[in-house]
Design a binder for this molecule. Structure first.
Ligand code: GLY
Length: 406
């Protein structure tokens, strides 16, 4: 932490508690169809350039992860990386946008190389890794036989996550943090897959998956969402009693008092998705509370620093948090059209910023799309372009592109 203070982009907690660091355009405007067209044109070139897997046959396929601003080639992860599903998801979104069989072929190839991971019980991130790309494949692949393969993978992945269930904490274990049984707010994005898989298989086994997915989200809502709607990033529990043992450091500034920007966006999206697949009003309330906190801290069209309590204008941004928040707001606008904020308009304005040439890679050598994202500032302070921010930016741009034509 001292190193971060010395690097000059953290302020002492007293200042951080009352100020918010965002950067905003002079005149934030909603996204236009010209901007979404430009984004997809950029994506076509960048994603195709990253798609060559000749000589990298499974299991050696390396999945794009991200690149700092100085890198012109992707750092890549193996199939077990938590980010492995985002690049295949981007390929599916390109297919949805274009209906071009070349994107379908690429999306299938990259998704199929991931599917064996569905039976792996070593990660809580199978919702990102399998649920996202296989879910897109189930919706978009015209071949019923392929769709069955994706469906099977989603069910396998949900069972793998379910094997990490703890009946005292009433949650799926995220990992060991400081050597203790831990949960992470990001897992809100993985739990909805259990509910979807439960609906697919039905019966007693399906009901168990549904119950566990929903209860995991309720446990997160109970412990992670503070009274003002902000969120913790990582909490640990006693797995024998279920008792909360406290926050631990993760990717945010202060484990107890600050709010990691991307964690807040994961919470908004995860709770909204949880409500979409359960209809449980407690999950809608959690989505609305976390969304309200975001909107208090981040004005329309603005992009936050990596942690919402960090108030230096020189702090690294996390534009991926803004992209995920915009995707969450679009979902909330559909689910709760009478909600207290105009989520659709807020999302359109955020996307207006993120698809402008200041925030995309159009004038850079980056292999990705959305620049000024951060991965894990306490480990790597440099901004860059990462596949998760790109995937949610494309998802949102695709969703709004039909309605922004003028
Ligand atoms: N799930 C890890 C992250 O968002 O960085």
């Amino acid at each position: 932490m001292l190193a971060l203070l010395a690097a000059g982009f953290l302020l002492p907690p007293a200042a951080a508690a009352t100020e918010t660091s965002v950067v905003c355009p002079v005149d934030p405007l909603p996204v236009t169809s010209a901007q979404t067209d430009a984004l997809f044109a950029l994506a076509a070139g960048r994603l195709y350039a990253a798609s060559d897997i000749s000589g990298l046959k499974p299991p050696g396929v390396k999945f794009p992860f991200g690149a700092t601003a100085r890198q012109t080639q992707y750092m890549r992860s193996d199939v077990y990386g938590w980010t492995a599903g985002f690049y295949p998801a981007e390929l599916w979104l390109m297919y949805e946008r274009t209906a071009d069989p070349a994107w379908l072929a690429l999306a299938r190839t990259w998704t199929r190389s991931l599917l064996p991971v569905a039976k792996w019980t070593g990660s809580h991130d199978l919702g990102f890794m399998i649920g996202l790309p296989a879910g897109l494949g189930m919706r978009l692949d015209p071949d019923p036989a392929q769709r069955i393969t994706y469906r099977r993978a989603i069910i396998d992945a949900a069972k793998s996550l379910s094997s990490r269930w703890n009946n005292k904490v009433k949650a799926i274990k995220s990992g060991e943090y400081d050597g203790k049984w831990g949960l992470i707010i990001d897992s809100a994005m993985n739990a909805p897959m259990l509910i979807e898989a439960g609906d697919m298989i039905g019966g007693t086994e399906g009901a168990l998956l549904r119950t566990r997915g929903q209860q995991h989200l309720l446990t997160l809502a109970k412990y992670f969402v503070r009274s003002d709607g902000s969120t913790f990033h990582r909490l640990t529990f006693n797995p024998r009693t279920g008792a909360l043992t406290g926050p631990v450091y993760g990717q945010g500034y202060n484990m107890a008092t600050s709010t990691w920007a991307r964690g807040q966006a994961w919470a908004m999206y995860g709770f909204a998705k949880g409500y979409a697949v359960t209809g449980n009003p407690a999950l809608l309330a959690a989505a609305n509370r976390t969304n309200a906190f975001w909107n208090q801290q981040v004005d329309p069209g603005c992009v936050p620093a990596w942690d919402l309590a960090v108030s230096s204008a020189f702090a690294p941004r996390d534009s991926s948090a803004a992209a995920i928040a915009a995707a969450a707001m679009l979902l909330l606008a559909d689910l709760d059209p009478g909600g207290s904020s105009d989520n659709r308009q807020l999302a359109l304005t955020t996307l207006g910023t993120l698809t402008s040439s200041e925030w995309t890679s159009v004038n850079t050598q980056s292999p990705g799309l959305l620049i000024k994202q951060t991965w894990n500032v306490p480990i790597l302070k440099y901004e860059g372009s990462y596949v998760w921010g790109d995937a949610y930016l494309l998802e949102s741009a695709l969703k709004v592109s039909e309605t922004t034509k003028r």
